[in-house]
Design a protein around this ligand. Structure first.
Ligand SMILES: [Zn+2]
Length: 165
């Protein structure tokens, strides 16, 4: 059984839960069903895939640690210069450390060894190696988790509720 996407009353993704927990929320009237996948839990009760809470829940902002693993995950394990995926990836400082480049989400990207060496201590512009996309701090750890669950053809019902997926 897959996970169920729980939306806040504002329609923003809130968390993922088990289908059992989702069914309980629906039966208690605490949430409404927005999407289901057609399978029945029991008669007249389709298995939910997206539900929305009736009351708004405040969520404290959770900082995502700047780690190698998280950078690679943000960059889909893909070299941000040439797009290769099937190699050991390194971390590249967009503005090189030797030139004062900071350790931030905006200045570190995944790069294959070849691109990292080729770029050397130059900026992408100087090296004429444009980045595939502008590196940013991820929205939230939930957003991280959601994009992971959305890889391939899975959880298609969630897509319209997840920004940038
Ligand atoms: Zn590369």
């Amino acid at each position: 059984m897959g996970k169920v996407l729980v939306l806040n009353a504002s329609y923003e993704p809130l968390n993922l839960t088990s289908w059992r927990r989702a069914v309980v929320l629906l039966l208690k009237g605490k949430a409404e069903q927005l999407e289901h996948n057609g399978k029945l839990v029991y008669t007249q009760f389709p298995l939910p895939t997206v539900i929305r809470l009736r009351h708004y829940v405040r969520v404290p902002y959770k900082e995502i640690p700047l780690t190698r693993r998280n950078i690679l995950e943000r960059d889909n394990n893909m070299c941000q210069y040439c797009g290769t995926r099937n190699e050991q990836l390194t971390l590249d400082h967009v503005l090189p450390r030797s030139r004062g480049g900071p350790e931030t989400w905006e200045n570190i990207v995944a790069a294959c060894v070849r691109c990292n060496v080729r770029k050397g201590s130059r900026t992408p512009r100087e090296a004429n190696m444009p980045l595939n996309r502008h590196p940013r701090r991820p929205h939230s750890s939930l957003h991280f988790e959601l994009t992971r669950h959305l890889q391939g053809d899975r959880n298609q019902e969630w897509k319209k509720y997840v920004i940038g997926a």
